[in-house]
Design a protein. Structure first.
Length: 470
């Protein structure tokens, strides 16, 4: 028994870190990222090494492992070149809690706005939801079985015997008859024949949404905490309602999941997962770079950097779920750094991002590969969407090249928004077909270079209109 219990604990600990089956090598990590992001080899290599170092750290003695801090990464490059996508896909590879947030949202302590510790609280909430869903999947079969029994109890409530002095044989026969009826109802329930039957159940009242106060002193969750202390004031009571079986099943399943899932264990595992494998993507770091002018709206930029410093260096943050250490959370920061440069950050913060990678602007060739090669390629998406209307769409290679060339041209002449430009160009190209799809009699449509030029010619001729639409 002890050995089995110990084995179970080990398996749960592996889940804490979100470790996939087998440890991914840096080459495998890059190969997975290549499925979704084109180019940017230096950035992929940097994050692959950072992730692999986490696996290596877990094999070390606890005393030494605790001393090894993650090598935070600073990505430098224009918008739309894959900075966020690299971080997001990295988190999915490891089932790690992941939070993307803009540094420009924060303000220095003493100013109105969010304090930097709020990102740790947000990350913990994400981790709790993640672990809770995993635990719900583990008990799903048992929960569904329990709900079925409860529905049968509602459909066929147990009846006291009319005559307690009747013969045991008669009582046994009545019991068998009730069991046969219950089995018949079970078959009907599983086949969906009773979905519209009305039953009376006790329903938990929905709690009122918690009010939330945000202050520079960290009282961001006071409303949620009051709700937990005084649940009666914010719902939590039950009342009887008559509902259909199909609605009752969802209500009972939610209650059963709440009963079977150990939230204390979920909280413990979530905090551990945040501390050991959490990833925070801190975007727009360049917006808080630079020295103070002393006046104006940017007066708290250096203050935000100084507030970020202890979080990134490693500190303990108080959350509604408990204390969380940030020492081993991986921070990936990003910024275009057009106006400012990384050296404009305060020296202490610069030192907390030892790995720096510059992401290159995307070219026409990159756009062609993004449209066709990635797992979530836009061409594949539009084909799948229109296939639901019975319309088969085919893009010629020349049409794809023309779309890529136009996206590159607009990026050069207007604002460079990277691969996001493909979305606007593709939407204009497919606008008429998407609108007319339900009424189209042709089952197959071929998109050619001429069609792309026709759809975009008027916009491309007018430079102001091009900036406005594309």
């Amino acid at each position: 028994m002890a050995i089995e219990l110990e084995g179970k604990i080990i398996r749960e600990d592996r889940l804490v870190f979100g470790e996939p089956e087998g440890e991914l090598t840096p080459q495998q990590i890059v190969a997975e990222l290549d499925k979704y992001i084109i180019g940017q080899k230096a950035a992929k290599k940097a994050v692959a090494i950072a992730l692999r170092n986490r696996f290596r750290r877990r094999k070390l003695p606890p005393e030494l492992a605790d001393e090894i801090a993650p090598k935070n990464i600073l990505m430098i490059g224009p918008t739309g070149v894959g900075k966020t996508e690299i971080s997001r896909r990295l988190a999915k590879l490891t089932s790690s809690p992941f939070l993307k947030i803009e540094a420009s949202r924060f303000t220095e302590v003493g100013y109105v706005g969010r304090d930097v510790e709020s990102m740790i609280r947000d990350l913990v909430r994400i981790a709790v939801d993640m672990v809770k869903q995993e635990k719900i999947k583990e008990i799903e079969t048992k929960a569904i079985a329990n709900v079925e029994e409860k529905l049968l109890d509602l459909l066929l409530p147990g009846r006291p015997l009319a005559n307690r002095r009747r013969e045991p044989v008669a009582a046994d026969e009545e019991q068998k008859e009730m069991q046969r009826t219950r089995d018949r109802l079970r078959r009907q329930l599983r086949s969906g024949q009773l979905e519209d039957r009305m039953v009376e159940i006790e329903v938990r009242e929905k709690p009122a949404p918690p009010f939330e106060f945000i202050s520079s002193n960290g009282f961001e969750e006071i409303g949620i905490q009051i709700q937990e202390i005084l649940p009666g004031m914010f719902g939590g009571k039950t009342k009887k309602r008559r509902v259909k079986i199909k609605e009752a099943r969802d209500i009972l399943l939610e209650d059963e999941e709440r009963r079977l899932v150990d939230m204390d264990q979920v909280t413990r595992l979530a905090i551990e997962r945040v501390e050991q494998s959490g990833i925070i993507f801190l975007d727009e770091l360049d917006k808080v770079a630079g020295r103070e002018s002393g006046v104006g709206p940017d007066v708290s930029r250096e203050g935000v950097q100084r507030d970020l410093l202890p979080i990134i260096e490693g500190t303990t943050v108080s959350t509604r779920f408990g204390l969380v250490r940030t020492d081993h959370i991986l921070f990936i920061a990003a910024g275009a750094f057009h106006v400012t440069k990384p050296s404009d950050l305060i020296p202490e913060l610069q030192g907390r991002f030892p790995i720096r990678v510059e992401l290159s602007p995307l070219t026409k060739e990159d756009f062609v590969r993004i449209l066709t090669e990635t797992e979530n390629a836009l061409i594949k998406q539009y084909k799948a969407l229109l296939a639901t209307e019975g319309v088969e769409v085919e893009f010629t290679p020349e049409a794809i090249e023309e779309i890529a060339a136009i996206a590159e041209k607009v990026n050069e002449e207007a604002e460079n928004i990277g691969a996001r430009r493909l979305h606007t160009v593709m939407e204009k190209v497919m606008e008429e077909i998407s609108f007319e799809a339900p009424n189209l009699t042709e089952s197959k449509i071929v998109i050619t270079r001429e069609y792309v030029q026709k759809q975009l010619s008027e916009i491309l001729k007018d430079q102001d209109l091009r900036k406005f639409i594309l």
